[in-house]
Each structure stands twice: as structure tokens, then as C-alpha cells.
Design a protein. Structure first.
Lengths: 222, 170
């Protein structure tokens, strides 16, 4: 337990130090969302309609931004060797790293959502729904990304491969995240069904992600 | 024991095998007289070519993380830092350390968390004469307390050690 909390604290500390990039994701999110009205024009009704989708897409891309450093940085400086050798199960160690990544990179996105929702002319109810679905859905994005990070860790320039590997796998999360947000505002479906499926996706990947990532690491590093 | 041999003869690979970072294609690794509850890698320290330090953390934070991760909860950090000659640098970010100082900081990890096996891959690289002397003292101390060490090296280690020569008749 001590080992895991030490790893968690170290990763969160690293994220806020020089070069950690914790706030890069939020800045990227902000820029993507502010660019949309320039692209689609200042039609307020249209922005309100596509707002939840834009917020979800922006958050998805922003959460990918720092993912390639999640395991590659530890691989490059030799820390990963020592983490593998330690008595802690690798599955738990990568889960601790994923949790630290989520807190440092994805939680700020959820916090920034209300402000960015205002930019897109969303109603308070829609803003709440998007923030809630992001809170429930981003753990799935992190855990799916964790698998991609583990697969690409031993490759040089694996950072370029990562989005290609990860983005197709995040399609279900995106579908149900946006569906739940839209259902909360416009109907006709209920908010509950897609939201519960989103939670299920998160919980499922929370279990599957660390195991798949640990297996990928063990095989990839030999 | 010192592992010697030309470049590419398999010194580092043998150390990584013992550390459990490579899987043997045949055979197995067994430690006699160790702790039966723990695997060989869990009883070993591996000091590779890379120093496993984060440049944005301070010297003390780096060392504290590794001691806690490797299972030593309340280790005093002053002693290992002083033993490796980094006593006054505890609050300096590791980014400002020279190659030799980084090496010393990774050595401090070996002292802070006692483990019976030390696997050292060219431990003297980047160390100055004083540092090599300290390293020899530390290795002697480790051996005197019943420890075991296997070091891949090209130069003299500074201690009396058996020698395993790998690769060809070089």
C-alpha cells in the first residue's frame, strides 16, 4: 500500500512540476472549444445543439495529449525496470499511475467544462449533464489509453502510434457520453440508460485496462 | 563477483536475467539461503545504465520515493545521502546534478533499502576517483554484512572479488 501511494504521489507531483503538463490538457481543451464557433459560425442555436458533442470531442483529444508520457517517461529513465522488479503487482502499479494521470489530466477537464459550456451557449442543465458524463466517462478514456501507452512504450516515436491505437477503442465511450448529455436536454430517451452504460464502460475498463497494460508491458520489454 | 568480458558478451543481459527483467529461454534462477517468501528480483537491487531519476523532483524526493516504493517506510535519508557525498544537495532538483552525482544518488538507493543482492551494471561509470573509492567502501561494507554482489565491469572494482569471464577467449 505504501508503495502504491508513493507512486501515486510521485506521479501527481511530477505532473504539476516543470514539464509535467498537467494544465496543458486544459489549455488544449480551451483552444479546441473556442475554435469551434469560428469554424461553424456564430449560430447560437446550432452551437447549443452540437455543444455537448464538441465538449466531449475536445475532452477526448485533450486526455490523449499527455498519455504518451504516462509510461514512456518511466521507460526512458529506467524507472520502469525498478517498478517491474518491486514486490508490488504490476497491475496495481499501472493502476496507480492511471489514477494519478486521471487526477492530474482529466479531472481539470471536468472542472473546466462549465466555463467552456458557457462559450457554446449551453443551458445550465446541459452543462451539468456534460460535466457529469465527463466525470463518469474519462476514467474509461484513461484506462483504454493506459493499454495503448503500455503497447507503445517500447517503440521509438510510439507517441504517434498511440492516438491511432486508442481513438478507435474510445468510440463507445464517446457515443454513450454524448447520447447521455443530449438526452438530458432534448430527450426523447431518458438520461439514465446511456449514462449507466457509460458508467459500466468505465468500470469495465478500470478492471480490464490494468491487466491488459501489465501483460503488454511484460511482453513488450523483453 | 565481477563479470568481465568484451562489449556485447552478455554481461548486462545476465544481470537483467537475474533481475527478472528478461526471461531465460531455458534453465532457472535460484537463490540459496535467501528469503523463501520473496522472489529473487524482490531481494535484489538493480543498478543499470539508467539512473531512474526524475529531473523535476529534488534529490531527497527522488530517494524518498524509491525507498518507499521498495518497501522501506521510515528510512532516514540523511545517512545514505551523506555516505554517497550528496549531503548538502538534498533540496536541489535532480535536473541540476552532474552525471557522477546522478550515479551517486542511485547508489544512495542501494544503501537506504537493505537487500542481500546487488546487481551493478558498470557501477563505476561517470564516478570520479573519490566516488569510486566510496563505492568500493560501500561494496566492502555490503559484503561484510553478508551481502552478495554481481557487477559487470570493464575497470577494477577496487575490492577483492571472484571473476566470471564471458564471451570468447578474449
Amino acid at each position: 500500500m505504501t508503495a502504491l501511494s508513493a507512486l501515486l504521489l510521485r506521479d501527481m507531483r511530477l505532473a504539476v512540476r516543470v514539464g509535467g503538463g498537467a494544465l496543458m490538457g486544459v489549455l488544449f481543451f480551451l483552444i479546441v472549444v473556442t475554435l469551434v464557433p469560428f469554424a461553424v459560425g456564430p449560430d447560437l442555436a446550432q452551437l447549443r445543439r452540437i455543444g455537448p458533442a464538441i465538449l466531449w470531442l475536445g475532452a477526448l483529444l485533450a486526455s490523449l495529449l499527455t498519455l504518451d508520457r504516462l509510461l514512456a517517461a518511466d521507460h526512458e529513465d529506467g524507472s520502469l525496470d525498478l517498478i517491474l522488479m518491486g514486490g508490488t503487482p504490476l497491475e496495481l502499479a499501472v493502476l496507480a499511475k492511471a489514477v494519478a494521470h486521471w487526477v492530474a489530466s482529466c479531472l481539470p477537464l471536468v472542472v473546466a467544462t462549465p466555463l467552456l459550456g458557457l462559450f457554446l451557449n449551453l443551458e445550465p442543465l446541459a452543462i451539468g449533464a456534460v460535466a457529469l458524463t465527463l466525470l463518469a466517462g474519462t476514467p474509461a478514456l484513461t484506462c483504454i489509453g493506459l493499454i495503448g501507452a503500455a503497447l507503445s512504450v517500447a517503440l521509438r516515436r510510439g507517441g504517434l502510434l498511440l492516438p491511432v491505437l486508442v481513438l478507435p477503442l474510445t468510440v463507445p465511450v464517446l457515443i454513450f457520453g454524448v447520447a447521455a448529455s443530449n438526452a438530458a436536454v432534448a430527450g426523447p430517451m431518458s438520461f439514465g440508460a446511456p449514462f449507466l452504460i457509460l458508467c459500466a464502460l468505465s468500470l469495465g475498463s478500470l478492471v480490464l485496462g490494468p491487466f491488459a497494460a501489465a501483460a503488454a508491458l511484460r511482453h513488450g520489454l523483453e | 563477483m565481477a563479470l568481465v568480458g568484451p562489449n556485447g558478451s552478455g554481461k548486462s543481459s545476465l544481470l537483467r536475467l537475474i533481475a527478472g527483467l528478461l526471461r531465460p529461454s531455458a534453465g532457472w534462477i535460484e537463490l540459496q539461503g535467501g528469503d523463501a517468501e520473496r522472489s529473487v528480483p524482490e531481494q535484489a537491487h538493480y543498478l543499470g545504465h539508467l539512473d531512474a531519476l526524475k529531473p523535476s523532483l529534488t534529490v531527497a524526493e527522488n530517494l524518498r520515493f524509491w525507498t518507499r516504493y521498495l518497501g522501506e517506510q521510515t528510512a532516514a535519508l540523511d545517512e545514505p545521502l551523506a555516505a554517497t557525498g550528496l549531503g548538502g544537495l538534498a533540496d536541489l532538483p535532480a535536473a541540476y546534478l552532474s552525471a557522477g552525482q546522478r550515479r551517486r544518488l542511485s547508489l544512495a538507493r542501494l544503501i537506504a533499502v537493505p537487500r542481500p543482492i546487488w546487481l551493478l551494471d558498470e557501477p563505476t561509470s561517470a564516478l570520479d576517483a573519490g566516488g569510486q573509492g566510496r563505492l568500493a567502501d560501500l561494496m566492502r561494507e555490503h559484503l561484510a554484512t553478508g551481502g552478495m554482489l554481481i557487477a559487470a565491469t570493464h575497470g577494477p572494482l577496487g575490492i577483492d572479488a571472484g571473476e566470471l569471464r564471458l564471451g570468447g577467449a578474449a
